[in-house]
Design a protein around this ligand. Sequence first.
Ligand SMILES: *Cc1c(COP(=O)(O)O)cnc(C)c1O
Length: 383
Amino acid sequence: MQDKHMLMIPGPTPVPESVLLAMAKHPIGHRSGDFSQIIGEITENLKWLHQTQNDVLMLTTSGTGAMEAGIINFLSAGDRVLVGNNGKFGERWGKISRAFGLEVEEITAEWGKPLDPEAFKTKLEADTDKSIKAVIITHSETSTGVLNDLQTINSYVKAHGEALIMVDAVTSLGAVNVPMDEWGLDMVASGSQKGYMIPPGLGFVAVGPKAWKAYETATLPKFYLDLGAYKKATDKSSSPFTPPVNLMYGLQVALEMMKAEGLEAMFTRHQRLTQATRAAVKGLGLSPFAADEVASYAVTAVMPSTVEAEAIRSTMKKEFDIALAGGQDHLKGKIFRIGHLGFVSERDVLTAIAALEATLQKLGHQGATSGAGIAAASQVFKS
Ligand SMILES: *Cc1c(COP(=O)(O)O)cnc(C)c1O
């Protein structure tokens, strides 16, 4: 049926109708006074979302562009960096860092397991001559549905005193607490098609004072992603290049929606969606890939044993027009992932679970009583 497609993937995420309508306007001049007003308003609200008084800059890139900007503006070739790698996106931090000639040391964990903060502590404490310039981690590892313990890792970075803490918050911002100023995060990268409830195309980089200090001496070449230019323009409610005007109309409305809901309520909603999804998956006789204590609030990965993950995905798509995400790299065909990030309500989770249950029955999955998934999710939503 036309227009019944339901996105339950961790990006792009669903977009509210009011955001879609806001984008369906004729673009105006990006140097006009009217647009300058919009940039000013959006920038203030982005600071609210990041819980910061520092700078939040908008780039016309995907999330990876924001990550790259975070690397090339504050570091120099040959700089020693500690990179956390426990999935596809942690691995990407390593790839970007190596592409720009940084000296990368990776702290790894098996996919599906969290990074061990003590491993960071050991490396940082051993670094008495302070040669580590940055610790770079993925907060919510979307490829496996694991939330890394940013707060504890950051406390060890703070004890080190010299290294910057750089964070991919692409699927944590807006879903869990990422208080930039309170924790003293130096660089936070994110992207529009995740928690922001708008389509792909905007990258965001939040920059703290210590990172700006590093910017003064950083020597990697940069032009389009030179954040100094973005700061100068943003301070005047402007942008250095033509921004995606219509996406920003959408962002303006999306941020208003977030403010109306409130940060605490947003975090609670994502927590409930996560708990209900995980309870339902267990009720259906399947196992969430990551442990409860380290669950991402954006996405739940599931490794089915009795039915093929790809058969589940294709049946969900074909029979119910619901998109689930698959596994990446060595997890391709082994897991499927249910996104519950951004514009997602309890009704959406109930719908997806009901369809998943019907799908499992179709595929001959044994081991769950009829209705067990919905019963488990409802139990979470009851409280
Ligand atoms: C989606 C995502 C990104 C950015 O990916 P793009 O395709 O470049 O937008 C980065 N990190 C994480 C954890 C993500 O989920």
